[in-house]
Design a protein around this ligand. Structure first.
Ligand code: SF4
Length: 348
């Protein structure tokens, strides 16, 4: 695994992004931002799952007007997502947001971007330059592939912000196409010192979207690229947070909540291991501390993994062996598998 790229840290509210702090997990609400209570409720749900930055869409002045109320009801930093109308970015800053996301492809003239940058500079609020392959600026240079066009569009905005003595910058370059996204991030990673927000845009519903996002985000993280991640899914945003942490845990980049090890089951399995693993997974949703739990389907290969976990079970016909911290602690009846395993998890 490559060492992490050195980026210039920025502060979004109380959360640092970039430098050598852990990679930050973020998500975006899918409530109507004008509905203050629903948006607060959803952001609190995200906070409970470990979301560290919440972004909301600001499509009109009413949504911008709701931001101050939303901010009062949440604990994590709030980022306003602005498309087309720079005046909404100005209103969001007045409302006290902690960060802005602008898409240079649809904000328009540099004068409008400039007005936003000066207001953000005054309040020390960072701006993400969020380039999407689907909405590149119209004047993109001919002859460049999509990845290069995305990089050029972002660098042009970076230069504009720097010319206004503004360096609280974060950059994202997202496409649905994974190789295009990877190529774009690899390119910009060598051309700018700012932290990178990485993700695959419009990745789809969880079944396919998590795989597509994981392939793209993990490849970049393995290359040492990325300071904050969002897994974009057509689902409740809490699924994005779960998926984000699973990616980071799989690469040993963050510890967060339980890790469930379970075998795929095979012809040796003599219990309904799929149902047991699903039930354990559901129970573990209520646990926030890091703990490794193993659910294994036989007493041939199962004990090794079960011993290796904080709490593990190797299930045989009608009975199973329970392990804790590498030690066999007891043999239990099949009807007690879930209850006994979870009781030990609670004790650990
Ligand atoms: Fe099969 Fe046992 Fe391996 Fe599970 S642990 S896949 S039951 S051999």
């Amino acid at each position: 695994m490559n060492p992490r790229r050195k980026s210039k840290p920025i502060q979004i509210g109380r959360v640092t992004v970039g430098g050598d702090v852990p990679i930050v997990v973020q998500s975006m609400t899918n409530t109507d931002t004008r509905d203050v209570m629903s948006t607060i409720h959803q952001i609190r749900e995200l906070e409970e799952c470990g979301c560290e930055l919440a972004r909301v869409a600001v499509p009109d002045t009413q949504a911008a007007g709701a931001l101050a109320g939303i901010k009062k009801g949440i604990s994590i930093p709030l980022i306003a997502d602005i498309h087309f109308d720079y005046r909404l970015a100005l209103a969001s800053l007045v409302a006290g947001v902690d960060g802005l996301r602008l898409n240079p492809g649809n904000i328009g003239e540099p004068e409008k971007v400039k007005a936003v940058v000066l207001a953000a500079r005054e309040r020390k609020v960072p701006i993400r330059i969020g380039v999407n392959a689907g909405s590149l600026p119209k004047k993109a240079k001919p002859g460049l592939n999509t990845a290069r066009q995305m990089v050029e569009a972002a660098l042009e905005q970076v230069r504009l912000l720097e010319s206004l003595d503004f360096d609280l910058i974060k950059v994202s370059l997202k496409a649905f196409d994974v190789p295009t996204t990877i190529e774009a991030y690899r390119d910009i990673a060598t051309k700018t010192p700012y932290p990178l927000h990485i993700g695959i845009t419009e990745a789809g519903p969880p079944r396919t979207g998590i795989i597509r996002s994981t392939v793209g985000i993990s490849t970049l993280l393995y290359l040492g690229i990325g300071d904050t991640i969002r897994v974009s899914l057509t689902a409740h945003p809490r699924e994005e947070v779960f998926a984000g942490y699973e990616i980071l845990k799989s690469l040993n980049l963050r510890q967060h909540g339980p890790t469930l090890v379970s075998c795929p089951s095979c012809g040796r399995t003599e219990v309904d291991i799929i149902r047991l693993a699903e039930a354990v997974e559901k129970e573990l949703l209520n646990i926030t501390r890091p703990i490794k739990v193993a659910v294994m389907g036989c007493v041939v290969n199962g004990p090794g993994e079960a011993r290796d976990a904080d709490v593990g079970i190797a299930c045989g016909k009608g009975r199973g062996v329970l392990f804790k911290k590498g030690e066999k602690i007891k043999t239990i009846e099949e009807k007690d598998f879930l209850r006994a395993l979870m009781a030990e998890v609670e004790r650990v």
